[in-house]
Design a binder for this molecule. Sequence first.
Ligand code: ADP
Ligand code: MG
Length: 256
Amino acid sequence: MMAADPMVRIRNLRKSYGATPVLRGIDLDVAAGEVTCVIGPSGSGKSTLLRCINHLEKIDSGYVEVNGELIGYRRRGDKLYELKDKVIARQRAGIGMVFQNFNLFAHMTVLENIIEAPMAVRGKPRDEAVEMARELVRRVGLAGREDAYPRQLSGGQQQRIAIARALAMEPEVMLFDEPTSALDPELVGEVLEVMKDLARRGMTMIVVTHEMSFAREAADKMVFMDGGLIVESGPPEEILRAPRQERTKAFLSRVL
Ligand code: ADP
Ligand code: MG
């Protein structure tokens, strides 16, 4: 029997800014329900990789597929043509993204933040969107705070709401870009717990993080990037215990 297609398939992904190559040929598969952690030094291309997956960046060559669908482009012969904005918006709606700095709408309450996209992009009726938002707020441990504004919440609470907001679009994949690195240390744990819960529920996740405890506990695969390439990948406990590449060793000795 053929193995199931991966939820995310990336092949020979290349991306430059001007003359500077930032991704120099990335190949990565993430199976449905699996969690992949991406680690690597600053400037190695981790954020750019995530941004290419949901087509926040155009790519130079190679491709990204999510659930078998080419993202951002359509193929014609052996050429790729960029899709219309409307189609890209629809694709992006299925790929949740959580950033370092929460990016909640400051002038909207928690509930309004969560129902906005399901109503505007998915056309969900308001009462359904509200019902789902309340359930998500409960799931991230913030029941009762639906009417709070972001500034009234701690960083950890804001990030949990940002996760709830992404989940409200019922994404097939969730991308996290250093979701805890802007948080005070005592607030990191509550965000990681929400992410672990999501992993246990079978969400496909790609997580850029330097929280090795999360990687060890929740990740199926760890990928080490340097200089726009995946230098090494494997089970987190193997990479952490016995990295094979010198660059991985050097990086881990700095962060562990
Ligand atoms: P990481 O997330 O691993 O720190 P990034 O993907 O943010 O790395 O950046 C990789 C490289 O690309 C860095 O050298 C960065 O300066 C460069 N870069 C990122 N975004 C842009 C941009 N919009 N324009 C020009 N250079 C960029
Ligand atoms: Mg980054």
